[in-house]
Ligand binder design. Structure first.
Ligand SMILES: *[C@@H]1O[C@H](CO)[C@@H](O)[C@H](O)[C@H]1NC(C)=O
Ligand SMILES: *[C@@H]1O[C@H](CO)[C@@H](O)[C@H](O)[C@H]1NC(C)=O
Ligand SMILES: *[C@@H]1O[C@H](CO)[C@@H](O)[C@H](O)[C@H]1NC(C)=O
Length: 727
């Protein structure tokens, strides 16, 4: 699937991106622009704005500006947008773009961008149970509609049906689960006319969209397993929710004009929650567009791991067992096979010349994945690979499991070496297909997780939360090979185990969908607040969650945001930090964007920029250190909480101040007399400039102990040197 958060896909993507740039300069004589228009300027002669847009493009055509750029073709209109933005996508030459900018009504034109995908036991790990909590309250997401914008869907997988006619996809395929499926590729074709689309329909050829859909809203499937691993009944986070699929990725290629069209359609279709786990590679000057993506994709998330471990057992000739990490799709694969330790081998070539044996080697600098491929394609039977930290490494290298390999720790390696030394003919049996539950500690912040602060919204602590990421059992199109034995066989199954950044998104989306089902009146900001203020901070050993990317130190909010998502607690948060679209506009207004850009972002001029504010009513606090050389600095945060708990309730402020700072909350007590009542307070941080980040918390604790509304406080270096100085 190649759609993960680890560096390799990014390198692939970079190469791919360069190829596209190359393709553009050779094949494409025009550029696609996403154009925002101000509806207020539509001349009265037009019956509607689609009419206005097509006439605008028509006039560019008749002005024959194309010849100025030596273009043979005519400008073309790709999409009309009505919801995500007001405007259209068009394929234009330089002179046509200039002409388009002249008449009143033009707001902005963003050049086409490509994007990359950021790349079931889970509901149980999240403590979702049908008899209590959020699943009971929401009836597992009954009738909530989730829009999944991704690589499409493999509709026969668990849903019998499809809607938009297309290649291998007919309208008889839609049903109560999959209520809609569409595909968007006009931007792709305009930019890469020679792109061979493999499957011109919403059918998923890559697996990512199918996997995401099953995590968000997959229904129960009895006896799900990947070759015997993780047997059980698989279900998504919101199993009763309905799905609308919007395919915008074509063999990992995606253009923002197609993405905006999908969002536009999803809003028009009335979906409740949108899942879009993709990231646009954008320069800082495009941060507004990235914020646009953020707006629709329900925030940047941080990921953790879940407490499932796929084991492989090595039974040594002396009957000693070593349990390691292994996920090869065969049962008892190797029996009485000779063990060959690499110290006696000089090069990797020679290593492969020990047929029918198990090689033991230390993971070298090469990626585990390439070592695994080497083994899979060689004559050796299998490999035992020694790692400093098998669990975290195993989770990063998603493809190693194609080989009959078992990863073991240094401690276990000592036992193994002792045995090899003790005998002339060391042998072992390798057993796979074992699943061990309750691995401790879990969760941990995955080492490849993206860390805050965000260069685009430094004034808001990012990431927001962490959600399970690694090792998710989900649906996968059967055309995606999931295993390979000795270079020959490719194995196909309906379910696969996948890893990657993007998997945190469907979890949070699923939880958001459940909350939306229970509290249809809650705004997206309220739902997000409920998820963020009720997170957990302890792993399953009751110790603080650790960060595998930082030497297993205690994870800071810069790594895990507010903490680990806890859906049942999010159902009843007590208080929420709500925010209106105008509040987000005020934030944009404070970020040095001009009003045209902001209009482009919000797609409506019914909001004003009259009170710019970086003080978004957000359930976290971040202070950026700026080397002002002042001895002591004061920063104030104004916040408003809404009572969504008991009508009459009293909350007291509890603070753990970051090291080297003093935090004051005023007032210290909030007394509510009715539901939905709002109360404001100030949180003031006095701190000294220093070189290190420090962290604290602020909690509103209900006097009867029923609710704890928790927010992280972060003081950190201003690594992005934000110029506005406003937050
Ligand atoms: C859809 O596909 C099924 C199975 O391939 C076929 O039997 C049916 O006639 C098709 N329906 C339409 C409307 O094309
Ligand atoms: C390995 O498997 C074979 C076949 O099942 C068995 O006879 C042998 O005893 C096993 N070896 C060990 C060390 O358990
Ligand atoms: C918070 O501080 C601002 C500015 O100092 C002040 O105007 C406001 O009244 C304060 N709000 C509360 C609830 O104390």
């Amino acid at each position: 699937m190649g759609l993960n958060g680890d560096p390799f896909p990014y390198i692939l993507f970079l190469m791919y991106f360069l190829l596209i740039l190359h393709a553009k300069s050779k094949l494409v004589t025009r550029t696609t622009y996403v154009v925002s228009m101000d509806m207020a300027f539509m001349p009265k002669v037009f019956i509607n704005h689609h009419n206005w847009y097509s006439s605008t493009i028509g006039s560019l055509k008749s002005a024959n500006l194309a010849s100025l750029d030596n273009h043979q073709s005519s400008p073309s209109l790709l999409y009309n947008y009505d919801h995500a933005v007001h405007g259209f996508a068009a394929h234009l030459s330089k002179h046509e773009l200039e002409a388009l900018k002249k008449p009143p009504g033009f707001v902005s034109a963003s050049e086409e961008m490509t994007s990359t995908l950021h790349t079931t036991h889970t509901p149980e790990f999240l403590s979702l149970r049908s008899t209590s909590g959020l699943w009971l309250a929401s009836n597992q997401g009954e009738d909530v509609i989730i829009g999944v914008i991704d690589t499409g869907i493999w509709p026969e997988n668990k849903w019998k049906g499809t809607c938009e006619e297309g290649q291998d996809f007919n309208s008889s395929m839609c049903n109560a689960k999959l209520i809609g499926a569409r595909s968007f590729y006009k931007g792709l074709i305009a930019n890469e006319p020679n792109f061979g689309i493999r499957m011109k329909s919403a059918r998923d050829m890559e697996g990512h969209g199918t996997l995401i859909s099953s995590i968000v809203a997959g229904n129960y499937v009895e006896g799900t397993s990947l070759f015997g691993y993780a047997t059980g009944t698989a279900s998504g986070v919101a199993p009763h929710a309905r799905l609308a699929i919007y395919k915008v990725f074509w063999d990992k290629s995606n253009y923002i004009s197609d993405f905006v069209a999908a969002i536009d359609q999803a809003i028009a279709d009335g979906v409740d929650v949108i899942s879009a786990s993709l990231g646009y590679t954008v320069e800082s000057s495009f941060s507004l567009e990235e914020d646009f993506i953020a707006k629709v994709s329900f925030a940047a998330l941080e990921k953790g791991t879940i407490d499932r471990w796929f084991a492989g057992t090595i039974t040594l000739g002396n009957e000693e067992d070593i349990v390691g990490w292994g996920i090869f799709p065969g049962k008892v694969l190797l029996q009485n096979a000779p063990l060959v330790y690499p110290m006696i081998l000089k090069s990797s070539d020679k290593m492969l010349n020990v047929p029918n044996s198990i090689i033991v080697r230390r993971r070298e600098y090469a990626r585990l994945e390439s070592q695994a491929q080497l083994v899979a394609r060689s004559n050796v039977l299998g490999a035992i690979i020694i790692l400093d930290n098998p669990i975290t490494i195993a989770m990063e290298d998603r493809n190693y499991f194609l080989c009959p390999c078992i990863l073991i720790s240094l401690d276990n390696a000592r036992v193994l070496k002792q045995y090899i030394k003790s005998t002339d003919k060391p042998v072992a049996n390798l057993t796979f297909q074992q699943t061990m539950m309750g691995i401790k500690p879990a969760p941990v912040v995955a080492s490849y997780a993206l860390r805050g602060p965000s260069p685009h919204t430094p004034c808001i602590l990012k990431p927001d939360i962490m959600a399970p990421r690694s090792l998710i059992l989900g649906a996968c199109p059967p055309i995606i090979p999931v295993g390979e034995i000795r270079g020959r066989k490719q194995l196909y199954r309906d379910f696969t185990v996948s890893y990657g950044t993007s998997l945190a998104c469907p979890h949070a989306t699923g939880v958001a969908a459940l909350l939306k089902g229970v509290h249809p009146e809650w705004s997206p900001a309220a739902i997000k607040s409920a998820i963020m203020t009720t997170t957990g901070h302890l792993d399953n050993t009751n110790s603080p969650i650790r960060d595998s990317g930082n030497g297993l130190q205690i994870a800071s909010p810069l790594a895990m945001g507010s903490g680990h998502i806890r859906p049942n607690q999010a159902l009843d948060p007590g208080l929420v930090y709500d925010a209106t679209p105008q509040d987000y506009v005020n934030l944009l207004c404070s970020m040095n964007f001009n009003s045209a850009q902001i209009l482009n972002f919000i797609g409506s001029n019914s909001y004003s920029c009259s009170s710019p504010s970086s003080g978004l009513n957000y359930p976290s606090y971040i202070v950026l250190l700026r080397k002002t050389r002042a001895s002591s600095i004061i920063q104030n945060f104004q916040r408003t909480v809404t009572n969504v708990g008991q009508d009459v309730s009293t909350y007291k402020a509890m603070v753990t101040a970051p090291e080297g700072s003093a935090v004051m909350v005023s007032p210290e007590k909030l007394i509510f007399r009715k539901g939905n009542e709002k109360k404001s307070y100030n949180l003031t941080i006095r701190y000294e400039e220093k070189e290190q980040s420090s962290f604290g918390t602020h909690v509103w604790v209900e006097e009867n102990g029923n609710h704890k509304v928790r927010s992280p406080i972060v003081i950190t270096l201003d690594v992005f040197k934000t110029s506005t100085g406003l937050c």
